[in-house]
Design a protein around this ligand. Structure first.
Ligand code: SAM
Length: 276
């Protein structure tokens, strides 16, 4: 993980504590009430304002801010019209009627995949080690949690199935014992060449700046294989090599990405409770 220079910018005194905590964790400067329109450097800033937390590129031609949104936009659209259990991720993880595995998402990012799994009825533990990405995801979950009980009880139920922890999965996996093994461990580490739509490009450029390349993905897979009950699922760009050169039990291939599935044990016909 490499942290390039970035500023933490606090645009309202309401968020000064959270902004200060992040700046201290990152060892980066904290600035107050900055006019971002003419700012050219550093290349990225993390902004705390009344919209929530966002990661923004600076400069006149910069794309819009990146923030975590569960109640609107692409993630919300996929929840409502995305195809439910017929989605490839559902098949990869093994979700079907009566089978709702609990999933440890060891590379949470902005929580999009975890949100799909929680929408399908899985309980998901999300682990994120980058303080910046964790701040974005924490904010998105918080906003969805505080808005949804009134506007959208179904969304509230989904968010209630997602638990976020600010940890390095390498350490977390080592602490898992036979008593608390997750049914499925899900991995989607950063891969340098993955980019398609303008949105993904924007997000990837920003992630490469604040997260780097996840060079330790091989050992994460090795550890995960020793800790999941039924399977480990790895999301990869379609043409990428296997992580750790390890051939999966089988693969599911989509247009731009694929899932490598490492099965450990057959899943039972009934698992978990959908809790909806
Ligand atoms: C490609 S993103 C994941 C995107 C995610 N699947 C989504 O749907 O939004 C990879 C994320 O995994 C995180 N990550 C990688 N290795 C990790 C580890 N050992 N522990 C915790 N987080 C890790 C990175 O910081 C990065 O935010």
């Amino acid at each position: 993980m490499n942290i390039n220079e970035l500023w933490v910018v606090c645009q309202s005194p309401d968020f000064s504590e959270a902004a200060q905590a992040l700046a201290e964790r990152l060892g980066q400067p904290l600035k107050f009430d900055i006019d971002l329109t003419d700012l050219q450097a550093p290349e990225f800033v993390v902004v705390f304002d009344h919209h929530g937390v966002s990661l923004q590129q600076t400069g006149r031609k910069a794309p819009g801010p990146i923030r975590t949104e569960f109640a609107e936009g692409a993630v919300d659209h996929r929840r409502k019209f995305g195809g439910g259990k017929s989605q490839m991720i559902a098949k990869a993880v093994g979700v079907k009627a009566g089978v709702y595995p609990n999933v440890l998402d060891a590379t949470a990012g902005l929580g999009k995949d975890a949100f799909v799994l929680a929408t399908l009825g899985c309980t998901v533990q999300l682990l994120e080690r980058s303080p910046v990405v964790h701040a974005l995801l924490h904010d998105g979950l918080d906003r969805a949690r505080s808005q949804s009980p009134f506007d959208d009880p179904e969304l509230a139920g989904i968010i209630a199935r997602m638990e976020l922890l600010a940890v390095d999965s390498q350490n977390y996996l080592e602490q898992i014992t036979d008593e608390n093994r997750p049914d499925v461990i899900y991995l989607d580490p950063m891969f340098p060449d993955r980019q398609k739509s303008a949105d993904v490009k924007k997000e990837m450029a920003a992630f490469h700046h604040v997260v780097g390349k996840d060079e330790d993905a091989d050992s994460l897979l090795e550890k995960a294989l020793g800790k999941a009950n039924y399977r480990v699922v790895v999301k990869r760009p379609r043409k990428a090599p296997f992580i750790a050169n390890k051939t999966p039990s089988y693969q599911l291939e989509g247009k731009s990405s694929r899932y490598d599935i490492y099965t450990l044990k057959k899943m039972p016909e009934q698992l978990g409770s959908r809790g909806l």
